[in-house]
Write a protein of this length. Structure first.
Length: 210
């Protein structure tokens, strides 16, 4: 019951369901926000990508300055997250067989130089245990090609780091690199406390619709 300023008290009677006012529909902005909270990101349009092996030569992946010509993407089809924008990584092909192979606690193949200055490869994929699909296997006894990203990890759009590995056979401690959105990896590696990040050329996708 409420009282008016004049006259006798007024009684408010309950409305029937037919008289009740329908709630206002949510705005499009609210609907979009709700969709995102419910997993709308899983329905986002993913960029088209190609694998490194689909190019006739690896030189096609780089520009005249040897920087990555295309955006590097997570190669997992359901993810496709942007990892590195064009023009940041430097293509470092290794056309010679390694002089030795470093066997760390966890395992991939990367061209590195050991403490004696000899060309060698880093093995990260455990023998007998293939990497998760769609990552290709690496042979640490064969040459490897890599994208070298020098400087701050903030140069990446998206990258994840593993826990620090136990010291390798060369006494160096490293971290593995993976997609920060879906955890696919390893895509590459870096030395603990260093400023060089190595991404395997054949373990990322290349955006072709930009």
């Amino acid at each position: 019951m409420v009282r008016s300023s004049e006259g006798p008290p007024l009684l408010l009677l309950p409305m029937s369901e037919s008289q009740a006012e329908e709630p206002a529909p949510p705005s499009q902005l609210q609907a979009d926000a709700l969709q995102a909270l419910l997993g709308g990101s899983s329905n986002r349009q993913r960029p088209k990508q190609r694998s490194a092996s689909s190019f006739a030569e690896q030189a096609e992946l780089a520009d005249e300055s040897s920087n990555n010509k295309y955006s590097l993407l997570c190669p997992k089809g359901e993810c496709g997250s942007l990892i590195l924008k064009p023009g940041i990584g430097v293509l470092t092909p290794d056309k010679q067989a390694p002089a030795s192979v470093i066997r760390p606690a966890a395992f991939l193949s990367a061209a590195v130089t050991d403490i004696c200055g000899h060309r060698c490869n880093l093995q990260l994929d455990p023998p007998g245990h293939p990497p998760p699909a769609p990552l290709p296997a690496h042979d640490p006894d064969k040459p490897s090609s890599w994208w070298l990203i020098s400087g701050s990890p903030m140069l990446f759009e998206n990258i994840g780091f593993s826990k620090t590995l136990e010291p390798d056979s060369d006494g160096v401690r490293r971290k593995l690199l993976a997609c920060a959105e879906c955890d696919l990896g390893p895509l590459g590696w870096c030395v603990l406390g260093g400023t060089e990040h190595w991404i395997a050329v054949d373990r990322v996708g290349y955006q072709v619709d930009e």
